[in-house]
Design a protein around this ligand. Sequence first.
Ligand code: 87F
Length: 652
Amino acid sequence: MTMPNVNMLNSLAIRKALAEADPKSQELLNPQGPTPLSSSTSKHMFEGTADKMDQAMGLPPLDAELLGTIVCQHRISRIKHGCMGNSTVVGIRFPNLLSCLSIEKELAVLADGDVQKELILFCATREEQETRSFKVAGGTKKPSGEMEKGNANVGCDLRKQEEVMEVTGLGLSNKKDENFGEWYSEVVLKGELIEYHPISGCYVLRPWTMSIWNAMKKFFDAEIEKLGIVDAKFPLFVNSDDLRREKDHIDGFAPEVAWVTKTGKSDLEVPIAIRPTSETVMYPYFSKWVREHHDLPLKLNQWCNVVRWEFSNPTPFIRSREFDWQEGHTAFATKEEADADVEEILELYRRIYEEYLAVPVIKGKKSELEKFSGGLYTTTVEAFIPNTGRGIQGATSHSLGQNFAKVFNINFQNEKGEKAMVWQNSWAFSTRTIGVMVMVHGDDKGLVLPPKVASAQVIVVPVPYKDADSREIFHACTSTVNTLKKAGIRVLADFRDYSPGWKYSHWEMKGVPLRIEIGPKDLRNGQVRVVCRDNSAKIDVPVANLVEQVNQLLATIQQRLFEVAKQKRDACTQIVTTWDEFIEALGQRKLILAPWCDEKEVEKVVKARTRNEMGACKTLCSPFEQPKLPEGTLCFASGKIAKKWTYWGRRC
Ligand code: 87F
């Protein structure tokens, strides 16, 4: 017997079932009136067959009235109908979750997003052996203000799709090259990195994120300990007088500071700021603790969250109103020591990006316009996102000079017995690192995690076959997990009652670097099949060499991710020497390297002249590694003598 067209059949069968149960529901599903039912969808066609299948699968009988039978994904299902408050309820028995997807989409379309016409689908699956419910209309709305421009945000529709796809493992609905912003939103949500929160710009960081963050934290903690930097914890709140003490510092940032103005029903006499950064929280204590040269250097680090009330489009990890970071604050007796600290920390940031996240960065110095206004100079690691053609500041290490020391009276008696002011630095990297990593490596199947930061480096999936002994396969999986664990490899096995294909998609979405599949043939041959997440390469590995080969493959993936990302970035880099070349390269979304006179006013002019719908072009940094600048080379923008090569681009 040939199966009728699945989509058409779903629609017709639902209409028929609902019409029979409740004439009003026909209106709901088809405002134009009833749809004639083709003979192939006759209610009686499959009668009895579904019950037999249920029995064979050991499913309990459905206790609602049987209204119809449909064919979905070549499987036989049963449809039931009822009411729940304002909602129309459709109960469908499916043998598996996959078969539920097409019908659910159909219902979503018919319900047309109208909450009054909310449809709830109940689906008993073979995998779950229980009823699941999906809202196919209405759904949880994202906080307002996160839907604009359809860029890095997810709306109701996406949320709805997500509910469907999460259980079906069918993957992403946006492609990285076609719809980058939406692709990113989907990946961070479905990769189980974040969850949305009702307050716009705030996100739940899920365990999958925190393990990435903790891998970086572990590295950084060990390195700063070697440098004699110690941890401290300062309060979340800033006294408003302290916040305003360093005027240069706070002026430009004031609109982003969040204030506590009330407790319960009473207004606070003096509002309290929530830390956007901790200079003004910490430095009154620096002033107290530093008395003479033996108290120096003072080198503190704190891991904490900060709040900056951003007004531009919030994007998970990249631009959020609350984020986690480490902030380091150091004070020295001499400028030389302070300069060395700025450099040492910047090198650690480079290593986090390049060695852990496999993201190439450029180390350099910020222009006067782009530096932290409260400091002397700012150094940075700059990343680039080829898909958007935008640069992104990865982490910064600032020389504060003596600006804050003056304002907060951080003085000491030097070796000669004279009064002197300290030299200070501050530096930070934040959870933005994770967003950059996702943007650089993710693909159309989801996250791609570098092995060094992946919570699970290997996922083991049993692939049982009908006639084969599944117990033996499960046993081989467990022993694979134990062997790898013993060798210090982070490994999980997925023994859930889903199909292997579903599990593949699920763990690909979550970006696990290696998948090990074990089926009957592998058992017979004393091997396992290893699949690389980044390039889909498949390798049969003898069980005897497992640990060695897995370690090797993880190292290869780590390296390959970096190399591929670097090649892509380099392919987007354009050297220009004239204004016309500059504008052309900007239009092509390039990372631009140009000879520059290093004048603040000239940067302002370039920014103004490139301000269009894509956003103004800024300096990203002047790289420490400077290409040769032949004498007499002119600035691409002003025509004056160029002082240095500088990277320019639009910013994320
Ligand atoms: C927003 C509101 C208030 C950035 C802000 O980069 C103040 C600020 O001071 C602010 N946004 N900044 C600059 C932060 C400088 C700095 N502080 C410690 C760092 C690294 C670590």
